[in-house]
Write a protein that binds this ligand. Structure first.
Ligand SMILES: Nc1ncnc2c1ncn2[C@@H]1O[C@H](COP(=O)(O)OP(=O)(O)O)[C@@H](O)[C@H]1O
Ligand SMILES: [Mg+2]
Length: 238
């Protein structure tokens, strides 16, 4: 599937009676990269989960390309090209790496596993290890690779670098950049490592208490020390 644009209009969503997102609107052109920033608890995960159809939506619209997916259940959104790599790195601990990857094939031939191994050679080395035996970085690679095998046109990555050593972060970001270079995917990246996110993205949004507080380019954000301080709580970017 080629990359598709994503359009989010006036989205309000939450959990049961708890409203988290309020009136969030933004769009990402096909093949572009959006960084979603904001401090802890501001609604980043809720935004991605809502795009994936896993929260309660109160209002608003979500369009993938020309399809309005707003009313569709999670599985149908995947059919429309949405790939979600959750913050929890949902892998199967009692299955091997290879068996975890089989789950992502969705009817594609087993030879497609080579795509995952080319992206993350470490997974090829560990193909017979159980999910539970992997390091945090390897689990993230596995979780990402499994989603990629479904050839999503829109990829949602929720804090992929969380808790990982710098060298592994670099490896992951290089893999994400290589994916982005193919132009086959529109990518949304939630990250607390702000500089990594800004290096990667060509557009940024910041969430503050479930609302869109700022949007612009990474360059504009780097210049806007007031916004950085106010919304991200850091004294500056380096
Ligand atoms: N399953 C849930 N049920 C109720 N409230 C939740 C749930 N998950 C998250 N929240 C609340 O929603 C808000 C946003 O959380 P989240 O989207 O996880 O933020 P972030 O990813 O930016 O750290 C927080 O106040 C959090 O407590
Ligand atoms: Mg989160």
């Amino acid at each position: 599937m080629p990359a598709t644009p994503l359009e989010v209009e006036n989205l309000s969503a939450g959990y049961g009676p708890t409203r988290v997102l309020e009136g969030v609107s933004f769009s990402v052109p096909a093949g572009r990269r959006l960084a979603v920033l904001g401090r802890n608890g501001m609604g980043k995960t809720t935004l991605l989960a809502t795009l994936a159809g896993q929260t309660r939506r109160y209002d608003g619209k979500i369009r993938i390309g020309s399809s309005d997916v707003t009313g569709l259940p999670s599985a149908s959104r995947a059919h429309h090209g949405l790939g979600y790599v959750p913050q929890t790195r949902a892998i199967f601990p009692t299955l091997t790496v290879e068996e975890n990857l089989f789950v992502g094939l969705k009817g594609r031939p087993k030879t497609a596993l080579q795509e995952a191994y080319a992206m993350f050679p470490r997974l090829a080395e560990r193909r017979r290890n159980l999910g539970s035996q992997l390091s945090g970085g390897e689990q993230q690679m596995l979780s990402t690779a499994r989603t990629i095998l479904g050839r999503p046109s829109i990829l949602l990555l929720d804090e992929p670098l969380e808790g990982l050593a710098p060298v592994i972060c670099e490896e992951l970001m290089a893999a994400f950049s290589a994916l982005a270079q193919t132009g086959d995917m529109t990518i949304l990246l939630v990250e607390q490592r702000i500089q990594s996110a800004l290096d990667f993205a060509d557009q940024v949004i910041i969430l503050e208490r479930g609302r869109l507080a700022w949007s612009g380019t990474p360059e504009a954000l780097a210049q806007d020390s007031e916004a950085v301080e106010r919304f991200l709580g850091v004294g500056g970017l380096h």
